[in-house]
Design a protein around this ligand. Structure first.
Ligand SMILES: [Zn+2]
Length: 462
């Protein structure tokens, strides 16, 4: 068939049309239909104007948004499959309206070389029902591996600037600067766990030596200063090397002036925060158990969540991620705080928590789309293939029913480690269907995708 004979879109049928929905972008809400063919959005038009389709989804009364992109998840395989597998985790993501995830490298073995990256690609590639990027680890002894990992498909890199985990020790500053120089050349963003390791180690040793075993000791160890200093140092190192950096899980209001200062200087620095810092304070220990609350960096005392919300809405904090870190309940409820596993599952609950706030008027759906879809896509080289409803983009689409209500329960989550701190939270607005590249992967709270449908993302390096 010659080009002249190729049927126009209006003449041929497409795979799928989503009709009568309200399409939400950061700036507009529009009544429009979406045509999808071969996994991509091929047309957006006024209701009733798109070509015939083999499948039609009626979105009357529903809002239509891009799938959320969560650039900070721990899906636990290889090494910790009693907590989570790529199957359970991507089912949780799909039900939660998340269509792309970036998985962290603190698995066992750590994702610190090409062989480990390929091992994880094999695990994800046969199980995932959503798309994924894999982080490579920056360590003291693998700097000569970074370029090879990038060539093998590492979507980004993770620096544990604050770490007591022997699997992923914090490299010395010399190695960090050299790693930033390499990543600046490779054009990939580096996500940083920004805490000061010597400060954590010194305070941790003293607290343990003093026999402290209660939850407050964890907070005293992870003093705000540890985060503030590391955020500032990350920004300065990025400024001097030209690296693009991303601050993981911002937890304290005291970092915000330093983030604003770095951005004002032109440092290519993006920032995320997570629902547990927006919705919880140390006071929730009374409800959940003080030791259960353990997460790094810690959920802090009242007074931080408000400024973090403000910063997220004004763009000082660019995006929402989850730091999805599932554990068994038994691992989070031990008597000695140092033995309690840090972190919470989050990939399935972030969107519904935020939709409840949309329903309360705390933010708009457009603001949510910016922080959960567009901003992560732009920061990590996925835009405009992902993070936006536009012709040419992947058909990663979530249908929302903003009239639905419900409650979060651990038993209702799809993660193996389902010990959520949001048990009982009231919901108003739920995702009712999730599509990844045009295929439905979750509907009405049930995962339905074919294992292995998820694909590694292609990152544009800049
Ligand atoms: Zn994490």
């Amino acid at each position: 068939m010659t080009t002249a004979e190729t049927p126009t879109l209006a003449q041929r049928s497409v795979d799928l049309v989503i009709t009568n929905g309200l399409l939400v972008s950061p700036d507009t809400t529009t009544a429009a239909d979406i045509a999808v063919d071969q996994g991509r959005i091929v047309a957006i038009g006024a209701p009733g104007t798109l070509p015939p389709a083999r499948e039609t989804i009626d979105a009357t009364g529903l809002h239509v948004i891009p799938g959320a992109i969560d650039v900070h998840v721990h899906f636990r395989e290889p090494g910790f499959s009693h907590k989570e597998t790529w199957t359970s985790a991507t089912q949780a993501a799909a039900v939660g309206g998340v269509t792309t995830v970036f998985d962290m490298p603190n698995t066992n073995p750590p994702t610190a070389n090409v062989a480990a990256l390929e091992q994880k690609h094999a695990l994800a590639g046969t199980q995932a029902i959503v798309d994924y990027g894999l982080y490579g680890l920056i360590g003291e002894h693998n700097l000569d591996q970074l370029e090879a990992m990038a060539e093998a498909g590492a979507a980004s890199f993770k620096l544990y600037m604050g770490s007591e985990n022997p699997l992923v020790p914090c490299p010395p500053d010399g190695a960090i600067v050299e790693a930033f120089e390499i990543l600046a050349r490779l054009g990939l963003r580096c996500t940083v766990h920004a805490e000061n390791t010597p400060l954590l180690a010194w305070r941790g040793d003293k607290l343990r030596a003093a026999g402290r075993t209660e939850a407050a000791a964890h907070l005293e160890q992870h003093i705000d200063l540890a985060a503030v200093e590391a955020v500032s140092r990350t920004a300065i190192f990025a400024e001097w090397t030209g690296a693009k950096v991303h601050i993981a899980h911002e937890s304290t209001r005291h970092s915000l002036p330093h983030i604003r200062f770095a951005k004002a200087r032109g440092v290519d620095l993006t920032v995320e925060t997570c629902p547990h810092y927006l919705f919880l304070t140390t006071d929730d220990g009374a409800r959940l158990g003080d030791n259960f609350m353990r997460v790094k960096p810690p959920v802090r005392e009242p007074g931080h969540a408000g400024p973090l919300w403000d910063a997220l809405l004004d763009g000082t904090i660019d995006m929402l991620s989850t730091d999805h870190a599932p554990h068994l309940r038994s691992e989070k409820t031990r008597d000695v705080i140092w033995d309690c596993a840090p972190g919470f599952p989050g990939v399935e609950t972030a969107m519904v928590l935020m939709l409840a706030q949309v329903s309360r008027g705390r933010l708009t759906l457009g603001q949510y789309v910016r922080m959960a879809c567009e901003a992560p896509a732009k920061a990590f080289g996925l835009f405009p293939t992902k993070g936006v409803l536009a012709v040419g983009a992947d058909a990663d689409i979530v249908l929302l029913d903003m009239t639905r209500t419900g409650h979060i329960t651990a038993d209702g989550l799809h993660s193996i480690g389902n010990a959520t701190p949001f048990e009982g939270f009231a919901l108003h607005g739920l995702p009712v269907r999730t599509l990844v590249r045009g295929r439905t992967v979750a509907v009405e709270g049930r995962p339905v995708g074919t294992p292995g449908w998820g694909r590694p993302v292609a990152v544009t390096r800049t």
